[in-house]
Design a protein around this ligand. Structure first.
Ligand code: ZN
Length: 278
């Protein structure tokens, strides 16, 4: 078990939503409610609580409730999860968490500048007891018993800058900040017209994503040679945060994405014979 946490003081961030293209101001406020509550200040302070039953995935993880939505939760949620922050008000005046630089580092920086306050309650963890796999064609997400929180991710793209990348690590607060949080969203220039036709990536730019054309990266130098697979790990951590408890076990993902991550998280919560609280 570990402590529950909130932040010591308010955090302000502002930027553009990568899908909506809207400019959004985000304020994180300390809370002792034990929950993460989203508040839309542009909709008369309508409050939405984080509930996996109200989560949808469409190139991002979105909370859809009470006739409105909040898009692209995953990078902020990954930071809250790895920082042990589970009691918070997330106030925003638009429908999407700002993309910032496409990574989770700006959230890490501001939250750690504000400081984390431990709450008196203790929090259980979900410990995997027996392995299971969720498979769809070539993609899979599996969970295995382990003494720690581990992730192994592999991806494969027919692109000279990616090809096959695999990374496995025992994830902790420290290496999350240095090895995973800085990895940025990536996308292919050739996919942009089709995504925009669906109302996606309207706010995407060379400033908030690693953009690849047919032969290389057109958005400047990479932060890591394997930044792509590191970003997939960041997205997976954000999606695993929907368990609402820390995970003790090894999650392996191969060519997966938000939709399959979410399916695996839902399967785990619906099938308690695979895990126990500890
Ligand atoms: Zn992402």
């Amino acid at each position: 078990m570990r402590e529950k946490g909130t932040i010591q003081k308010e955090v302000y961030l502002s930027g553009v939503g990568i899908h909506s293209g809207e400019k959004v101001d985000l304020i994180l406020k300390p809370s002792s409610s034990g929950e993460i509550i989203f508040r839309r200040t542009d909709l008369s302070n309508l409050e939405l609580n984080l509930d996996i039953k109200k989560i949808e995935s469409k190139n991002s993880i979105n909370l859809v409730s009470k006739g409105c939505k909040i898009q692209t939760l995953e990078h902020l949620m990954a930071v809250l999860f790895m920082s042990g922050i589970n009691s918070l008000i997330v106030e925003l005046n638009g429908s999407e968490i700002p993309a910032m630089d496409g990574s989770a580092s700006p959230f890490v920086r501001e939250i750690h500048r504000a400081g984390i306050r431990q709450l008196p309650d203790r929090q259980k963890s979900i410990k995997i007891l027996q392995p299971f796999v969720i498979q769809e064609k070539e993609a899979s997400v599996s969970f295995h018993p382990d003494q720690a929180f581990k992730i192994t991710y592999s991806i494969e793209y027919d692109h000279p800058f990616i090809r096959r990348q695999e990374l496995g690590l025992t994830v902790n607060k420290e290496n999350f900040i240095t090895e995973i949080a800085p990895a940025r969203t990536f996308g292919f220039l050739k996919d942009v017209p089709a995504l925009r036709a669906q109302g996606l990536t309207l706010g995407g730019s060379l400033d908030n994503a690693v953009v690849l054309d047919e032969i290389g990266v057109i958005s400047g130098p990479l932060r890591f040679p394997d930044e792509f697979v590191r970003h997939k790990i960041l997205d997976l951590i954000g999606d695993l945060s929907l368990l609402a408890f820390p995970l003790v076990g090894h999650c392996k993902a191969d060519k997966a994405g938000h939709r399959l991550h979410l399916k695996a998280v839902r399967f785990l919560l619906d099938n308690p014979e695979y895990w126990t609280f500890e």
